[in-house]
Design a protein around this ligand. Sequence first.
Ligand SMILES: Cc1cc2nc3c(=O)[nH]c(=O)nc-3n(C[C@H](O)[C@H](O)[C@H](O)COP(=O)(O)OP(=O)(O)OC[C@H]3O[C@@H](n4cnc5c(N)ncnc54)[C@H](O)[C@@H]3O)c2cc1C
Length: 442
Amino acid sequence: MTGKSYTSWGRFPQIQQQGRELAWRSDPLPESLAGTDSVLPYGNGRSYGDVCLNRGGTVLGTRALNHFIDFDAESGVVRCESGVLLADILQLVVSAGWFLPVSPGTRYVTMGGALANDVHGKNHHRAGTFGAHIRAFELLRSDGSRMLCTPDENSELFAATIGGLGLTGLVTWIELQLRAIEGPMLREESLKFANLDEFFRLTEASDQDFEYTVAWVDCASKGDALGRGLFARANHDSQESGQAVVDPVVDKGPRIKVPLQPPFSLINSFSLKLFNTWWFHRQRRRRQVRNIHYQPFFYPLDSVGNWNRIYGPKGFLQYQCVLPGEEGRDVLRQMLSAIAKSGNGSFLAVLKIFGDSPSPGMMSFPRPGVTLALDFPNSSGVFRLLDRLDDMTREVGGAVYPAKDARMSAESFRAYFPAWEDFSAYVDPSFSSTFWRRVAGE
Ligand SMILES: Cc1cc2nc3c(=O)[nH]c(=O)nc-3n(C[C@H](O)[C@H](O)[C@H](O)COP(=O)(O)OP(=O)(O)OC[C@H]3O[C@@H](n4cnc5c(N)ncnc54)[C@H](O)[C@@H]3O)c2cc1C
């Protein structure tokens, strides 16, 4: 066992988690564990809730599996170990004219974590999920077998493992197809919108011409201003010379850090209202255009180290749901109104429309519809509110994202992921997680 602490990003639930660090991708799983105790791969703990935790069992730390195996700068195919961070990939490939095909809102996630949650980004309407760009990976099972998985070879395990929440075995290496770019800059437009109808109009008018679209929404606004926010749309900047440009920015990590955990959450209904109003009015003009480096565009939160500490010792919960169809739009309105009324919520509420590219994973979360994501301090009343949001999500045939969850019920999970029973056939008998036992009762 190591002295390393294994937590999730929301710091809820709080668990004294045992862990073992893996040293080499060629090593077998630790012998004393295989077949006896349950294990779970652990990437960089950027999941918010309990998909990366295994109370009473052991997690297998993968951060030492951080070697590149191959990078073909002609075709943009990279093969690396599963503990390599997306940040390390960007450092290697951007200057060679390549970019991640799909990126979540932080670059401090491992390749294995990105695969196991089949993460999505601001370009879902164009590129689908991360898993759609994976060409191959190796899966190590607790019986010692190593399976090469591709869309054509062991294709069922391929589909079960992408979005499979680390339950089908340990992914040791991954081969990913990158996307060509001409430089590290993007051209971004930021547009103010007054309400949800305007958000839907903007997204419909933008998804055709812009690779990246996402909106920040003021979750404290009510009445006529319900659902107001800022809509960002961007494309990679094309160089006139047509030549790839060396990235002048060295990744030095977060610029500032939250040094200490305050004794209570700094987010409350007062600070929330104040921040959201200021943020909305900070942009004076209706439309603002700028050239922006990929780091602040994709990863604004990465510039503040340990920002999760601002929620105090009890931690926080994130809620991300997807709501399909026209009905989903009405339910979104009801949700935002319930959230604003409760006085809960965060300064960071995000809206995005998922496109209709099918996700390659049996258990992948993204599906066509509007997705809302926001944080909630772990305070009294928040669990009741989230249960209400779950009822609304279920009613409309939507789903909640396991990567962000720490409390959904087994009943909700089974409604959101009807493939869960077929999926359980692929779960490795020695692998489990706190999340899985809660929702599948196994
Ligand atoms: C600020 C912030 C922004 C985010 N934005 C987004 C976003 O825009 N879109 C999005 O989809 N997600 C987003 N996320 C969530 C994050 O991308 C996912 O939770 C991601 O899976 C975390 O990766 P990790 O390396 O930290 O893995 P962990 O959180 O440690 O683990 C995640 C899962 O992967 C499994 N796993 C890890 N390594 C392996 C392996 N080698 N083999 C098999 N299974 C493995 C674990 O068992 C676990 O089930 C965000 C998170 C943060 C903190």
